[in-house]
Design a protein around this ligand. Sequence first.
Ligand code: MN
Length: 383
Amino acid sequence: MARNAKIWAHSGDSHFIEPDDLWTQILPKDLAARMPWTELVEDGRMERIHVDGEVYHFPVPKIAQKRDDGRPSIVELSGRPPGARDLHARLADLDREGIWGEVVYSSIGIWEGMIQDRELIRRAAAAENEWKVREVQGIGRDRLVAVASLPMRDVSDAVAEARHAAEIGMYAVGLPTPALPNSRNFDDKVPPLNSDYWEPLWAALEELNLVGAFHIGGDASEHTMYSGPGGAILNYTNSTYSGQRAAMVLTACGALDRHPNLKVLISEGGAAWVPFLADRMEEGYRQHAMFVKPKLSRSPKEILYSQVYCSFQHEASAIPTLKEGYRNVMFGSDYPHLEGTYGHTQETLHELFDGQPADVTQRITQGSFKELFPHVSSPPALN
Ligand code: MN
């Protein structure tokens, strides 16, 4: 690959920012008023999140607060690409950056998991998914894969909405990363993901060819778990473990084993951890065999390596994992967020892939993504 040639990549991790009036556009007024919205209070030091009559407060990290020196805050930086809010400007941004296909998550949508009312989330997810097909995927059906919302208060609601999502042309459903049982966000009213309660959902996703998409950082408590020295890096790094737990849970409980055609994507969490986790789970499965149930028909490593896909942004150590035998590694730009590569995507892709064998570059920039979403077209040309 010539140093100045454009490297095209698909992204396993991107976002859109919802319009401020999304809920009133798609839901009756009384329901719309109960959906999540946020405001900055206390002179920008706290974010107040309203969810169906409940109010949650999160301290806004110093770096994200309004600045006195006129330089942009982290929040402004995340919304800076022209296509961050304007979906019609999005494809021009992507073309410039060298991103072709994208898995597109929402933004305010991450708080929907906090809605307790079964009927509210059921109706909101259905309406939102229709909107996403029209307004997000509609911008480029052969390029954008919008992640469907699922009402996870009840398994039969989740299965019904998964069917609806598939019928209207969606290819991936968002799943909540498992919280630690002692974290603030742990919800003991709904069985955890390793429970057999969710078996009908795994069966439905496999049957409908829907990818289960986990995005790290959806557990609000993780963002403020640490304070004091090292806090920023501790919180940032800690948020990635939720993705690893998702892979671990679905492997250990047998969900992926029972449904070998079910594939999951862990977005934004990096990829080099997979071989380590596989070895660790192999060790547990073997050394603690007397305690292990259910027994698996394939080894944990085989299950992880074949059914779990991972996206990373800047992680150079993700590339050699292909040599370890873990091949479901893909690039993710995290557009338009600050953790991502907007504004330096080409620079990052060249840093990562110059000097790499063509098959390695092809696998990570396009091959893994195409395995999950074969309907997405290929970039114009690898020039
Ligand atoms: Mn992301």
